[in-house]
Each structure stands twice: as C-alpha cells, then as structure tokens.
Design a protein around this ligand. Structure first.
Ligand code: SF4
Ligand code: SF4
Length: 333
C-alpha cells in the first residue's frame, strides 16, 4: 500500500509539473522493448515475427537508459520478446531504478527463478508476470504445457524474496465472464499478488491466430459481466477506475497514444506499441512528426477493435486529474 501511495504521489506531481509547464503531450509510461526474441511462440503475439538477424539483436544499456531519460517518463514497462533473455536486463532495470523511475519488468517467468539473484527488491521495481488464465487456459494460450506452474512457482519465489509482484492478463474470445473471475480471484486471493493488469488482446496484423481477438462489443460484454456484483472493487487492479469503466462500456474515450509510447531497437514506434507506421529517433521527434489526429477508432481501420491500455489508460488518467470526483474515486482505490 505504501508503495502504491508513493507511486501515485510521484505521478500526481509529475502530472502537475506538465500542467504548470503547459505541456500538452508527454509520456506517462514508456513501453521499452530491448529485444524481440522470446522463449515462447504464442499465436496471438505480434512481436516475434521479425527475421533472425533482428531477433538476435539486443539493445545496449546506454541506448535504453538514454531513450527513457530523453522522454522524461516517470514509469517504464520493460517488455519484448522476453526481457530475461537479454544478458544486461538487470543492469538496464537497475539504472532506471537508480534514476527513480518506476520499472515493471514484464516476463513469461520461465527464466525468473534462475535470474532472481541479479535483481534487488525496491519500491521502484515490480515484476509483471504474464498469466492469461488458470492452468489449462494459460498453457493453451502460450502453447506449452507446464508454463502456468512455472509462473506460479516464480511468483511465490519472488514474493518470498521481498519483490513487488504484479501480473498481466490478456483476454481473448476463448474467455468468458467466469474465466475472467476465476483467474482474477486466483491471482488476488490465492497468490496474493500486489496488483493485476488486464487487457483485451489487440488484433496484431502479424499474429498467426487472427480468429480469437475480441471486438469492442464483445470486450464490453465480457468485462461488464465479469465486474458485476461489485467484484471489481475487491480485486487489486492496477488501473484507473475510469479505464475500467471504459472496458465495461460505461464511458468511451479517444485514444491518447502519445501517453504510453513504445521504444524498441528500431526507435520510437509510430503511433503506439501495437502498430508500426515508422520510427522516430527521439520522443520529441515522435511527438512533432506524428499526425495523432489520424489514429483511433473511426479514423484508422486498424484501431477499430482496440481498447488497449496503451491507448486509453492515458486518456483515463488525464480525465481523472481534471475532475475532483474522479481523483477522489481513484484515491479510494
Ligand atoms: S510470451 Fe509474450 S513475447 Fe513471448 S511469444 Fe508469448 S506473447 Fe509474445
Ligand atoms: S487505438 Fe490507439 S492504441 Fe489502439 S492501435 Fe490505434 S493508435 Fe494504437
């Protein structure tokens, strides 16, 4: 709880500084992808289809830290590929933590127990472990049996060592309100993770499985039924209340893709983590050279079914800060 308060306070100050500086566009979190290689091959993944020479590349510590510093973002989500394959990932994370950036290291956890000694618990560092469902569902989602059990064991090991542990769950058309509730109950009550993130899967053009991505109506039905009967309040979900309202269809937003930009081996990806219409060399160049008004639902057909966190959580956070009622609601948790 103390860590959450520290993080919310830091974010509150950061947002206030942007407002005082009259900055219209700024990053809340950077999605940092220091490699694309992974030790799994999920059919719903749009990140691992690069040629071998790209999959073998690793971002240097200097490049990763330099990009985050240039952007000024207070939070970093390290993703990939599988970050724990990167031999210097603990140094990248450590350098960012030393600069008081809040770091989430997203992993499928296959290598986590083996690499745990390289990391140090900190209020600025959290694991974000990929769990798409209970055992059968998760192993089907990542297309390898035994991965769920390994991830659960890794969560226990990390918690015993004093790390902050969060989870990241992506939902597809295989899911029902019942499976959403089951996995969130399990993570919240049985594993007692610190916080949980959820997202409807984005329909990556490159993903081999194109049949199981949720449309907007299906996403709203899934979450409004899963969240019914006040359950939403008892789960430790790491999202603003307005973003959860958005998933349920209680409100609608425009996409604010510049709020959670993506930096990879190729540079700053235009316009977001999910689509690649070219790259900029700096965050400043990304802001200035992107026609943000051409993205979002109703503007670009590739955005039509998108309700992803990277586009809509920034909108929810910015709306929250503009309303006393929503700010109090977010503080109440
Ligand atoms: S674990 Fe993540 S990065 Fe690896 S293949 Fe699956 S979705 Fe892609
Ligand atoms: S709606 Fe926004 S976040 Fe989603 S794919 Fe389009 S630009 Fe990216």
């Amino acid at each position: 709880m103390a860590v959450r308060i520290r993080q919310s306070t830091r974010m509150g100050w950061y947002l206030m500084r942007q407002r005082l500086a009259k900055r219209e566009k700024f990053p809340l979190i950077v999605e940092l992808e220091p490699l694309f290689q992974c030790n799994l091959q999920c059919s719903g993944c749009g990140k691992i289809q690069h040629p071998d020479h790209v999959l073998q590349r690793r971002m240097s510590v200097e490049q990763a830290v330099g990009a985050i510093e240039e952007s000024g973002a207070p939070m970093v989500s390290i993703a990939g590929g599988e970050p724990l394959i990167h031999p210097e990932i603990h140094i990248i994370a450590g350098e960012l933590v030393a600069r008081k950036k809040f770091v989430y290291l997203c992993t499928n956890a296959l290598l986590l127990e083996r690499k745990l000694d390289n990391f140090t618990p900190s209020p600025y560092f959290a694991w974000a472990i990929h769990i798409d469902g209970l055992r059968e569902r998760h192993d089907a989602s990542v297309e390898r049996s035994g991965v769920f059990d390994k991830a659960v064991a890794a969560i226990g090991a990390a918690k015993r060592r004093g790390f902050r542990v969060s989870t990241n769950t992506t939902f597809f058309t295989h899911d029902s309100p019942k499976t959403v509730r089951e996995v969130l109950d399990f993570l919240n009550d049985d594993l007692e993770v610190d916080e949980m993130m959820i997202s409807p899967a984005y329909a990556y053009e490159k993903a081999p499985d194109q049949e199981h991505f949720l449309g907007v109506t299906q996403t709203r039905e899934l979450f409004s039924q899963a969240f019914a009967d006040g359950r939403r309040k008892r789960w430790r979900l790491n999202h603003s209340p307005l973003f959860l309202d958005f998933l349920e269809g209680k409100t609608d937003f425009e996409c604010t893709a510049w709020g959670i930009p993506s930096y990879s081996l190729f540079g700053w990806q235009r316009p977001c983590y999910l689509m690649s219409d070219g790259y900029a060399q700096t965050y400043k160049e990304l802001l200035e050279s992107t026609d943000w008004s051409s993205y979002g639902r109703g503007r670009d057909p590739r955005c039509e079914n998108c309700m992803a966190h990277c586009g809509y959580e920034p909108t929810a956070v910015l709306q929250t800060t503009r309303s006393l009622k929503q700010s109090l609601r977010a503080l109440a948790g």
